[in-house]
Design a protein around this ligand. Structure first.
Ligand code: ADP
Ligand code: MG
Length: 466
């Protein structure tokens, strides 16, 4: 009924045609990719049903050819479940304009050919391939990452319909890339015909630069707005202060989001904390679900070690696992590196894999203790988060925009380094130690009372501990 009302120009058996067609579409929508649905099926209109012949309006001859070549059998089989013997005819109706630029209206024959090539070939063309070790099964879960993993499971089950975008943030080496590859591979396995695009923000930016230099922006837009059912963007914080890249990504994001395609983005910080990222993009990134990954707890670190050792075909004694996990806390990549190193040492030198071996092997790597950042590094991180200038931070001025970051930086120097108050004062352009003490006290207070400061300090703690 609704269908007929929405299309008043249909007459006679047009209503039956509409019901038949929309019924078939509803059933098919669970089996074909959202991209195919959007590009090829949505811009059509059931016109009439004469006997068993259903006439379908399509925007162009090319569109009719493509449907005939690729989907006529499937469509007719679907229609026949309701209308035995049903046959499909096409009628060109140019007024059936497809959606905006980059969408179906601009689909060319080359696109169509690509659409019918196996997805693996398309991915190869885009030079994105997944790391086979980064799977959902291989992602060890614990309280620190449970929510992120559950969200990954959920969108794998129903891409594009639950949390869009999914925004995953966490410190370095905590499994963001792993999870992103895992989602990509799981979706690809369930929907082999889909195009699942994975790209790091850095590669995206480099591709843009190359295309701008060669005057090939059309290629760029075609690549990133074209054939894609799922978009996975790693390390979006990399786009900070790169205005042009942000703008392109903003359009890519909107394009796919409007078409209901699943987008997953990772970052080392919360959207609000991404310095140099435009407000409108930060906003978009918060439209869906935001989940964080924290450094794993001891038990999870041990479980990760067990899982990685098993993948290497090694049985890891508990005492070794415990030793490594209690000394390397903040970064799973380092944990894995240490494991690889002790396993290699044990097999190369034929030594027993025990705590003694770990001690010797890890001593020179000074992995056994977390690296202490310098005051200068802390200043740089704070400046990047607040988007302020380091010379100004060390300078004498006291305008509002600079004092909070300066105080936060002093507080963090006190917290994360061994430096004394006078030493910290010296690192800030020779400020008096009492000024430093007052600043530190001020932030200690604000961390409890001001959510913006709490968030900033938490983000910086994460970065400094990574
Ligand atoms: P990030 O992208 O957050 O910097 P990665 O995804 O590159 O971190 O992870 C670094 C390494 O740690 C990878 O080898 C990854 O497999 C491993 N890793 C991190 N978290 C987990 C986890 N929960 N389970 C298994 N491996 C993990
Ligand atoms: Mg990563």
């Amino acid at each position: 009924m609704q269908v007929a009302a929405a299309q008043p120009e249909l007459v006679g058996d047009s209503r039956k045609a509409a019901e038949l067609w929309h019924g078939a579409m509803a059933r098919l929508s669970t089996r074909v990719s959202p991209h195919v649905l959007q590009t090829w099926f949505v811009p059509t209109r059931p016109v009439t049903l004469e006997g068993t012949a259903l006439t379908l309006g399509v925007p162009s001859n090319f569109h009719a050819d493509w449907l005939r070549d690729h989907y006529q059998d499937v469509l007719e089989a679907e229609l026949r479940s309701e209308q035995p013997g049903c046959r499909l005819r096409f009628q060109v109706m140019p007024e059936l304009e497809a959606p905006a630029a980059g969408g179906p209206a601009s689909v060319t024959r080359a696109d169509a050919n690509r659409a019918s090539t196996p997805p693996s070939a398309v991915r190869e063309r885009l030079q994105t391939s997944f790391n086979p070790r980064y799977t959902l099964d291989g992602f060890v879960r614990g309280p620190s990452n449970q929510l992120a993993a559950a969200a990954a499971d959920a969108i794998t089950d129903k891409p594009g319909s639950l949390y869009n975008p999914l925004f995953v943030f966490g410190g370095v080496g905590l499994g963001k890339t792993h999870l992103l590859h895992a989602v990509g591979q799981a979706i690809q396995q369930r929907h082999p015909e889909w195009n699942v695009l994975y790209v790091s923000a850095e590669d995206f930016a480099n591709d843009l630069i190359a295309c701008l230099q060669n005057g090939r922006m059309e290629n760029f837009r075609h690549r990133w707005r074209g054939l894609c059912d799922v978009l996975l963007l790693d390390d979006v914080h990399f786009l900070g202060s790169k205005e042009r890249t942000q703008e392109e990504f903003f359009h890519v994001f909107n394009h796919h989001h409007q078409l209901g395609r699943q987008i997953v983005v990772t970052s080392d910080r919360f959207p609000h904390e991404m310095a140099g990222v435009e407000e409108r993009l930060r906003n978009r990134l918060q439209w869906g679900l935001i989940v964080d990954i924290q450094p794993p707890e001891l038990e999870t670190r041990m479980a990760i070690l067990g899982s990685k050792a098993a993948a290497m075909g090694v049985r890891l004694p508990d005492e070794v696992s415990h030793f490594l996990a209690s000394h390397i806390r903040q970064n799973v990549r380092e944990l894995e590196g240490a494991l690889t190193r002790v396993v290699a040492a044990s097999s190369v030198h034929g030594r027993v894999l025990n705590v003694d071996l770990c001690r010797t092997e890890l001593r020179d790597l000074s992995l056994a203790r977390a690296r202490t950042p310098t005051c200068e590094e802390i200043q740089k991180h704070v400046c990047s988060l607040y988007n302020v200038n380091i010379t100004e931070m060390r300078g004498p001025r006291r305008n509002r925009g600079i004092t909070t970051p300066r105080h936060v930086a002093m507080y963090l120097c006190r917290k994360h380094t061994q430096a004394s108050f006078p030493e910290i004062g010296a690192a800030f352009g020779g400020k008096d130690h009492t000024t430093v003490m007052a600043s530190v006290r001020k932030i200690e207070e604000l961390v409890r009372t001001d959510p913006a400061v709490t968030q900033a300090v938490e983000a910086l703690d994460r970065i400094l501990q990574a």
